[in-house]
Unconditional design. Structure first.
Length: 378
């Protein structure tokens, strides 16, 4: 089977696209038996793309910020680029497209973590979300959602990362349930799996370490983590260290407390070293399209405290591999954190489940599932 792979790649380095996700998926599909991959790069004209971005640029404290990526105008440009790419590519039986970019003449399967409609639902309920700065007007978002729904009606299948996303797509009524498939996502950063002795040493050390990783500090709940760890320290009297990585500069008005280590935009190697010593990864995101970082922590046998929303309940099992919080209350987070820190059952259960998680969430497993679905559909 010849399968086209359509993606708008990072111009500088393909690997950087969407945190390495399309690159790893394409590699895995290319290594899947019975598949021959056809490159279908979505390439926007530089000048036209720049003009659209400038047209939708808005003043921001960091300078001009463009909201073009969510607009119908940018969609139309991507759609034309996708059509050109499919027309000029070698013939193929079907095309898998990274994200929704409009209908094409060949059977098409879209791989996604969320939909625009799903985002707009949350946006309407909660208002402007912290750190989601590139959002256009509600009118433009609604128009973009209608375009997305029209594309759904043309697809052979929607390949989703989560059941959360799948439920939303089915609920639109534009795609029948038999054309919506949960295939998951692979782990982009595979840290070394610790041993039972490593977990024992982690449990025995007096200093507890919580790690937060996220460039979008407020959207990922970083401010809640800081307050929650502060409360946990006072409630328990424990020496709890917080490591924050992701933001390029310190994101809060007050300088970091003595028990906070701020790494900034740390290297992958540095983050892997921190994960080896971590007792908990904290990611109580206010909005999360999927959360591959959660999988990567659990794959490293580190329990996670997440949000009881989005796809996180599909990954985190309370009392087994971490905890879930339902609000922005620091006390709720602190209590959840103290239930996990030093908890031998959770630490060893997370380690016990890690090998199976690493296998199920390998890109090769995702690729095999996608190949089987497309073959069955065609």
């Amino acid at each position: 089977m010849r399968l086209g792979f359509a993606c708008q790649w990072d111009r500088r380095d393909r690997k950087r696209t969407w945190s390495h996700t399309p690159y790893h998926l394409l590699e895995a599909l290319a290594a899947t038996s019975g598949l021959s991959m056809v490159d279908v790069p979505i390439e926007l004209p530089r000048a036209a793309e720049t003009l659209v971005k400038l047209w939708y640029a808005r003043p921001h404290r960091t300078g001009l910020l463009s909201v073009a990526s969510w607009t119908p105008a940018m969609y139309r440009m991507r759609h034309r680029a996708l059509q050109r790419a499919v027309a000029s590519a070698q013939p193929c039986d079907a095309v898998i497209t990274i994200g929704e970019n409009g209908p094409i003449s060949r059977p098409q399967f879209v791989y996604q973590d969320q939909s625009v409609g799903q985002f707009i639902e949350y946006y309407e309920q909660h208002g402007v979300m912290a750190d989601v700065r590139d959002v256009p007007s509600m009118d433009l978002l609604r128009r973009r959602t209608e375009i997305e729904r029209a594309t759904y009606r043309s697809l052979q299948g929607v390949l989703t990362m989560s059941h959360w996303n799948a439920r939303h797509v089915i609920a639109t009524g534009d795609v029948s349930a038999d054309r919506v498939h949960v295939v998951g996502a692979g782990i982009n950063v595979a840290s070394q799996l610790p041993t039972q002795d490593d977990v024992t040493r982690r449990l025995e050390k007096p200093l507890r370490t919580v790690v937060f990783i996220g460039r979008h500090f407020h959207r990922k709940g970083g401010d809640l983590v800081v307050e929650g760890v502060h409360h946990a320290r006072h409630l328990s009297g424990q020496d709890i260290r917080l490591v924050i990585a992701g933001p390029a500069s310190w994101p809060l008005k007050e300088p970091p407390a003595s028990w906070i280590t701020f790494l900034g935009d740390a290297s992958l190697e540095h983050l892997q070293r921190e994960l080896r010593d971590a007792d908990v990864v904290a990611l109580p995101s206010r909005f999360e399209a999927y959360g591959i970082a959660v999988l990567e922590a659990l794959a490293a046998a580190v329990p996670v405290i997440g949000r009881n929303d989005f796809a996180m309940p599909e990954m985190i099992k309370p009392g087994q591999t971490g905890e879930l919080v339902a609000s922005d209350e620091p006390n709720e987070f602190a209590e959840a954190l103290l239930r996990v820190l030093g908890n031998e059952h959770i630490a060893r259960e997370t380690l016990l489940r890690a090998p199976d998680l690493r296998q199920r969430h390998s890109w090769s497993a995702v690729a095999r599932s996608i190949a089987e679905i497309i073959r069955g559909t065609l």
